[in-house]
Write a protein that binds this ligand. Structure first.
Ligand code: XMP
Length: 508
């Protein structure tokens, strides 16, 4: 399969470049700038990412482009473009007329294949304090903006281009076209990165890798582990053994429905009810991180016990996806901001298994497409993300069976109504939170002193940032009166209108 290599200088947008390339059905990989591997014949072109650094910083990141520049099509974006300018003797400097955000491109060389179908006058997105003040010899300016003379260049006599702006960012109106011009036009990559090709290839690789060994996989009921399970099942059938742990912290009816749905798909699945252990160990614990630690530990315990019953297995399968892989590989860059506590529910590295991770090259949206192509139940495919520690971090303070009952019932009403009113798919993640406060109410002639439930519904792309969804007032009114009327122990419902940042999606 043809591929593009993206050399990462640490920009927050590097993953977006990869996504845009893959949207052209072209496979690509991100590599850290200080560890560029030898390129094989499948590599048809290279993109240099942006960076939070300035090329003039003493420890500015650099990459060894020996063997790349002049031989393969090369596109520098922002810092990547400036890096080549500076390395070839040009001048990059902070500008007085800094252009941040939106700018307008004036294309000077309309015949440049990079600009085919890109409109002069369209918006491009700038995000760097430095500009390319003077270009080295042989670097020909191909576009400018109102304030900056050099926002794009082509190097004469070699297939090298540079862009001051970020075509990968949504605000660059014709950016996707520009990236497609580079990867499919200039690099000539064939558009063969499709879910079907991925599945065929993954099945072959899994078979070669595990042979006739047994493989164990921990299902969470989420999209990633489910798609991983179906891929493995397609490859090795009953050699795959799935374990699904009931922590007692799942949503109402979820344990049963997930088990049923996977059994229906013919998966070899073992349900383990460890509710007692989890709730017992959580007794009296109020600190959120402590809760996460206990849950992580208990999960491993329950998983190991179930695995021992399955018998000799050499392989552990995991639903690791590409952003997790980049996170653990990159020294610099966007990954630094990802919370470490989100790994709860994962298994420790020192287990005596070899690891198979069939999704490690996929982005989340690609996982969904593969899931669809492989026939995953649409109800699981479209499911909102749900945190590994489950409802334990949505019962604020100590977790008790009674509080879980209240939260489960309230959450179920909220989620069911979201589905019934056609709002579920418009929300990225939703759920109810049981607050550790009681408030006064009145029911009939009696005063009540009962619990308060908060509703949370957010829009997001990847959970890193989020905004609260403007759910219709009438809908909120319906949810509120259903919860208060039907869930014993609740007399007040509030709606969380905080964005992330500065708030987070979960309350704990
Ligand atoms: P926050 O609350 O950090 O959440 O804005 C961002 C996303 O991560 C989920 N989340 C977790 N997932 N283990 C997980 O597997 C955790 O400990 C955890 N904490 C938060 C959260 O539901 C949201 O999707």
């Amino acid at each position: 399969m043809d591929k593009i290599i993206i050399i990462d200088f640490g920009s927050q947008y590097t993953m977006l470049i990869a996504r845009r390339v893959r949207e052209c059905s072209v496979y690509c990989e991100i590599v850290p700038c200080d560890r560029v591997p030898a390129l094989d014949g499948a590599v048809k072109g290279v993109i240099l990412s942006g960076s939070p650094s300035s090329v003039n910083d003493p420890d500015a990141p650099a990459a060894d482009l020996e063997g790349i520049r002049g031989r393969l099509p090369l596109l520098g974006i922002c810092y990547g473009a400036q890096r080549m300018v500076r390395d070839s003797g040009g001048v990059v400097a902070p500008e007085d007329m800094r252009e941040y955000g939106r700018a307008t491109i004036k294309i000077l060389d309309a015949g440049d294949p990079l600009f085919e179908g890109v409109r002069s006058g369209s918006t491009v997105w700038m995000s760097h304090g430095d500009t390319m003040v003077s270009l080295p010899e042989g670097f020909r300016v191909t576009a400018s903006s109102d304030d900056i003379p050099n926002i794009a260049y082509k190097v004469d006599g070699e297939p090298t281009w540079g862009l001051q702006f970020h075509p990968e960012v949504h605000h660059s109106e014709d950016g996707a076209k520009l990236i497609s011009n580079f990867v499919t036009g200039i690099c000539g990559c064939s558009a063969d990165w499709t879910p079907e090709n991925f599945i065929t290839d993954a099945v072959r690789v899994i078979r070669e890798k595990v042979g006739s060994d047994k493989v164990i996989l921990g299902l969470s009921g989420g999209v990633d582990s489910s798609v991983a399970a179906l891929l493995l099942q397609k490859a090795i059938g009953k050699q795959l053994h799935c374990i699904f742990v009931n922590s007692g912290l799942l949503r109402k009816g979820e344990y049963e429905s997930v088990l049923r749905s996977f059994e229906g798909m013919g998966l070899n699945i073992k349900g383990v009810d460890a509710t007692e252990m989890f709730l017992g160990d959580l007794q009296g614990v109020t600190d959120p991180e402590q809760k996460r630690k206990i849950i992580g530990r208990d999960y491993i315990e329950a998983f190991n016990r179930a695995a021992a019953e399955i018998g000799e297995a050499r392989w552990l399968a995991q639903g690791t996806i590409y952003p997790d892989v980049i996170e653990s590989a990159a020294g610099k860059g966007p990954s630094r901001t990802i919370k470490s506590h989100h790994n709860v529910g994962g298994l420790p590295k020192d287990l005596k298994f070899k690891i198979v991770e069939p999704l490690r090259l996929l982005f989340k949206d690609e996982v969904r497409r593969v899931g669809k192509a492989i026939g995953l139940d649409p109800a699981i495919l479209g499911r909102h993300p749900f945190p590994g520690p489950g409802l334990a971090i949505r019962v604020l303070g100590e977790v008790t069976p009674e509080k879980l009952r209240i939260l489960r019932d309230a959450d179920d009403i909220f989620i069911t109504l979201l589905r019934e009113r056609g709002l579920y798919d418009k929300v990225w993640q939703a759920g109810a939170v049981l607050l550790p406060v009681r408030s006064v109410g009145v029911m009939g002639d009696d005063r009540t002193y009962e619990n308060c439930v908060a509703l949370r519904a957010v829009s997001s792309v990847d959970g890193m940032t989020a905004d609260w969804v403007r759910l219709p007032y009438d809908f909120l009114a319906e949810v509120s009166s259903e919860i208060i009327g039907r869930v014993r122990g609740v007399n007040r419902v509030v709606f969380d209108i905080s964005s992330k940042p500065p708030a987070t999606i979960e309350w704990e």
